[in-house]
Design a protein around this ligand. Structure first.
Ligand SMILES: [Zn+2]
Length: 408
């Protein structure tokens, strides 16, 4: 009912329905602020905006105070200094600023913040802009943060992991961070050993147990000692498992690398799906036809070191494997040629769903690994190190995560 008055028209509502008031909790606002990386001043503007639109009680009045106290607990532990680093494409080292905290102090501060304000999900230990991934660079950051003083699990792509455990990455003879398999074993197998899976043209790959022995920190120290005995000559690196530095992790000799380093899900999925797509489907179907499937899903490839699909796009390509069975994509090829790829992608999707999740993996992953060993060779693709890690080391990775109190 609108009332005609002298000034602004007034509106009167009879028997109004009571709406539940909108209320944003401290935690919701905190997550928002953290995800957007906005400042406390911007947060205050945001709070005022919400209060004008959704009512005075929609935001707790003490939220800014709460957030600034929380930020202060963590802010005081950081410091900024400059160091010389190797930079991509530059022969000389350059100075870069490093913001870092001492890991132990930071952990205490995070525990204090958690006690007062609830879960702390992500904490930055150290940040430095635009430097190259090298052992010397990572060593500076490792020393600054004193990371080894706290218990932690490590996750990164294989290149960085190899660097940190002291192995050379330019030489891909031993490209698996977790065992001693070498590239020729992975491609051709070794006579007289156990048959593990079928290789190209259905030739049984023979890979010895010795090659698949899990690497320990003791093995790496021993290999490095050998490298030193050979005057640290990189030409001889292949005789000491390309170990050219001591591991930066400070762990006991008996510990396996896979106990410390978690198998990186995204890196694995991204590597294998791109390998299947660009090394398998593109040469088989021709680029134009192969690209029709990602196009149907509105997925665009990116260019970093060569062309690739990113993690989330790869998950979609895995889920929609059946789309490959389309006359538009197949062109003159028969479904029998493409079937191994569809089966591989489907099996990989099941394997990823069964093993990479926050709750305890169900036991079906073992069945999917066996299936992958059966269907993957039919694609004719090489056993890239990422495929090898899934087939041989997933069981160790899952076991370590489920039995370890540090499980994330
Ligand atoms: Zn391995």
């Amino acid at each position: 009912m609108n009332l005609r008055t002298g000034g602004r028209p007034a509106r009167l509502i009879l028997n109004p329905k009571r709406k539940a008031p909108v209320c944003f909790s401290n935690e919701t606002l905190d997550n928002f602020v953290t995800n957007l990386g906005i400042s406390l001043r911007d947060m205050e503007k945001l709070r005022n905006f919400i209060r004008t639109k959704a009512g005075r009680k929609s935001v707790p009045s003490y939220c800014i105070r709460q957030a600034s106290k929380k930020a202060k607990i963590l802010k005081d532990v950081y410091q900024c200094r400059s160091f010389e680093f190797d930079i991509d494409e530059l022969p000389e080292k350059e100075t870069r600023p490093v913001v870092n905290a001492d890991a132990e102090t930071l952990l205490e501060a995070a525990l204090e913040a958690r006690e007062e304000y609830g879960e702390v999900r992500l904490i930055l230990v150290c940040i430095v802009p635009n430097i190259k991934e090298t052992y010397d660079n990572v060593e500076i950051l490792w020393d600054l943060t004193q990371l080894n003083k706290i218990p932690f699990k490590f996750v990164s792509d294989f290149k960085l992991l190899l660097i940190i455990v002291g192995q050379e990455t330019a030489n891909s003879t031993y490209s698996c961070p977790f065992c001693f398999i070498n590239l020729s074993d992975l491609r051709d197998g070794e006579p007289g050993a156990k048959t593990l899976y079928l290789g190209k043209d259905n030739v049984a790959l023979q890979i010895s147990e010795e090659c698949l022995k899990l690497k320990t920190f003791g093995d790496l120290s021993e290999s490095f000692k050998k490298f030193e005995d050979q005057n640290c000559d990189k030409k001889n690196a292949k005789h000491c498992h390309i170990t050219v530095n001591l591991p930066l992790f400070d762990e006991s000799d008996e510990m396996h690398i896979i106990e410390k380093a978690v198998i990186p899900e995204l890196h694995e999925v991204q590597g294998i799906v791109n390998h299947i797509f660009f090394d398998g489907l593109v040469p088989l179907l021709g680029r134009d036809n192969a690209m029709k499937r990602p196009k149907k899903l509105n997925l665009i490839s990116k260019h970093y070191h060569g062309e690739m699909f990113e993690g989330n796009a790869c998950r979609r390509l895995l889920k929609e494997a059946d789309l490959l069975n389309d006359s538009d994509i197949l062109g003159e090829h028969s479904i029998f040629e493409i079937n191994p790829f569809i089966q591989t992608l489907k099996t990989l999707d099941k394997l990823v769903n069964a093993s990479f999740k926050s709750e305890r993996p169900d036991d079906s992953w073992q069945q999917h690994v066996n299936e992958l060993k059966r269907v993957y060779p039919a694609t004719g693709l090489s056993n890239a190190s990422k495929v090898h890690v899934l087939l041989e080391h997933l069981k160790h990775g899952l076991y370590n995560l489920s039995s370890d109190p540090l499980r994330m």
